[in-house]
Design a protein around this ligand. Structure first.
Ligand code: ADP
Ligand code: MG
Length: 233
C-alpha cells in the first residue's frame, strides 16, 4: 500500500483534479483506492458527486475527532463506497474548525497517519488531496505519505512558493516521516502554444532540478476535464 499526497499551497493548480483522475485511473487498473479529501472546501467530495458536502454528517473531521478521543475509529464511520472500486473519505467546512482545535492536541501531526494504519490493509493506494495551505492538516497529510506529487501550472510556477513548500516537506521528513520522498512536480493545464511556460520550467529546473524532479508526463489543458468536474462525472 502506498500513500500519495497531492500538495501545493497555491490554489487552482489542479490538486483536486489530479487526485480525482489519478484515483479513478488506478481503480480502472484494478487497484483498490481510497481518496482522502483534506480540504475544508470539499472540492474532491463534490467531484465525487456529493453536491452538498456541508450536509454530510460524517467526514474526515469526525474521524479525526474519534482518533483524538479514542485512539481508534470504526473503519466504516465516514467512508463512502463507489461502484468504480474507489472509496472516499469526504470533507467539508467542519475541517476548518477541527484544524483550529488541533493546536492543543498531543501528537497532532500524526493523527491521519494513525487513522491510515487502521484502514491501510483494505487498499493498494491512498491519495490525499490537500487544501491550499501548509497548516497542520497538510502536515498530517505529509506525515503519512510515501510520496508527494506537486501539481503546478508552468505559467505561474513561483520560486518563492516552492521554497516554502520544499522547506515544509523537508521538515516533515526530518522530524516525522523519514520515508517521505518527492515524486515530482506535475505540470498541469499545459498550453504548448506559450513560450513563457518553457522558460519558467527551465528556471525551476535550474533552481530545484536536483531536489525536485519535474515529471515527464504533462497534463494538457482540456475542456473535457473542466466539464467532467463540473458535471461530477
Ligand atoms: P486545486 O485543487 O489545486 O485548487 P482544481 O483541481 O480544483 O485545483 O482545478 C482548478 C480549476 O482548473 C478547476 O476549475 C478545474 O476544472 C480546472 N482544471 C484542472 N485541470 C485542468 C485541465 N487539465 N484542463 C482544463 N481545466 C483544468
Ligand atoms: Mg482542490
Amino acid at each position: 500500500m502506498k500513500v500519495y499526497t497531492i500538495v501545493n499551497q497555491k490554489g487552482g493548480v489542479a490538486k483536486t483534479t489530479t487526485t480525482f483522475n489519478l484515483g479513478i485511473g488506478l481503480a480502472k487498473q484494478g487497484k483498490k483506492v481510497l481518496l482522502i479529501d483534506a480540504d475544508p472546501q470539499g472540492s474532491l467530495t463534490i467531484c465525487m458527486g456529493n453536491r452538498e458536502p456541508d450536509s454530510l454528517e460524517h467526514t474526515i473531521s469526525t474521524v479525526i475527532a474519534e482518533m483524538i478521543n479514542n485512539d481508534t475509529v470504526n473503519k466504516d464511520l465516514a467512508i463512502i463506497h463507489y461502484d468504480e472500486n474507489v472509496d472516499l473519505l469526504p470533507s467539508n467546512i467542519d475541517l476548518s474548525a477541527m484544524e483550529a482545535s488541533l493546536v492543543n492536541v498531543m501528537s497532532r501531526e500524526t493523527i491521519l497517519k494513525n487513522y491510515i494504519d487502521i484502514v491501510k490493509d483494505d487498499y493498494d493506494y491512498i491519495l490525499i488531496d490537500c487544501m491550499p495551505s501548509l497548516g497542520i492538516i497538510t502536515v498530517n497529510a505529509l506525515a503519512c505519505a510515501d510520496r508527494v506529487i506537486i501539481p503546478a501550472q508552468a505559467a505561474y510556477l513561483s520560486i518563492k512558493g516552492f521554497q516554502a513548500l520544499i522547506k515544509t516537506i523537508n521538515t516533515v521528513k526530518r522530524k516525522l516521516n523519514p520515508k517521505l520522498e518527492i515524486e515530482g512536480i506535475l505540470l498541469t493545464m499545459v498550453d504548448r502554444r506559450t513560450n513563457i511556460a518553457k522558460m519558467i520550467i527551465d528556471e525551476v529546473n535550474n533552481a530545484y532540478g536536483k531536489v525536485v524532479p519535474i515529471l515527464q508526463t504533462e497534463i494538457p489543458r482540456s475542456v473535457a476535464v473542466e466539464e467532467s468536474i463540473a458535471l461530477g462525472e
